[in-house]
Design a protein around this ligand. Structure first.
Ligand code: SF4
Length: 217
């Protein structure tokens, strides 16, 4: 009988340490795996080269990494890069890297499709299929950060949530993704450089202002 494996990235660093201890291994192995999953954005357990083959195999027997894949990358003459991003269930969203003289800005999606109906917007013609989870948003930023370093020799300077979807209709996951993107254990990008755009959802704008999760630093 095939058992559905859990996505390892739902585990906290403490969970990972506990997992290794339960197998009689040293807890620091959990720290190593956490670093591979987030800071190093590993796509597979095989990438985790400071772990033995046995441990990598063991991880793959228990877990999967539902990483996004950049299915198609297009570059325009002005340097803008557009990624078609395939999610683990086969759905596709878009993310864009926009270079200017002083900045490279990542524009990321927060939902597959959109439930709103802005007249000027092509996404409005697609019905909302699902929210992106925090990891899928994080992965888009990590992929664009890699491309920014590769093609423009500098890391991302800014992030805008202006891709597919209304970010405030996926409030919880967007906030979690921003926390991870700005964490020193993630990409370490200051929330001051992250803009959550909205078509105007007053209740959620008030919640964001009251909770202020994006303004801690
Ligand atoms: S909220 Fe954004 S993605 Fe949704 S229809 Fe309006 S402009 Fe398009």
């Amino acid at each position: 009988m095939q058992v559905d494996k859990k996505d390892i990235r739902i585990l906290s660093k403490e969970d990972l340490r506990d997992f290794f201890v339960s197998l009689g291994e040293q807890p620091f192995r959990g720290n190593q795996v956490y670093e591979w999953l987030w800071k190093k954005s590993a796509h597979s357990f095989e990438d985790m080269t400071n772990l033995s083959h046995e441990l990598r195999h063991l991880l793959s027997e228990h877990f999967v990494i539902n990483h996004i894949e950049v299915d198609q990358m297009q570059r325009s003459e002005d340097g803008t890069i557009k990624n078609a991003v395939r999610l683990h269930d086969g759905l596709v969203v878009e993310s864009v890297l926009i270079p200017t003289d002083k900045r490279t800005t990542a524009c990321v999606s927060s939902q597959v499709g959109c439930s709103l109906d802005c007249k000027f917007c092509a996404t409005a013609r697609l019905k909302r299929m699902r929210n992106l989870n925090p990891d899928e948003i994080y992965d888009q930023v990590a992929a664009l950060n890699r491309e920014s370093r590769l093609y423009f020799n500098r890391p991302l300077s800014n992030i805008v949530f202006m891709g597919m979807g209304e970010p405030l209709m996926n409030y919880k996951n967007v906030v979690k993704s921003v926390e991870k993107i700005s964490s020193e254990e993630g990409l370490g990008i200051s929330p001051k450089r992250i803009t959550v755009s909205t078509s105007g959802v007053p209740k959620m704008i008030r919640q964001l202002a009251d909770e202020g999760p994006l303004m801690k630093r």
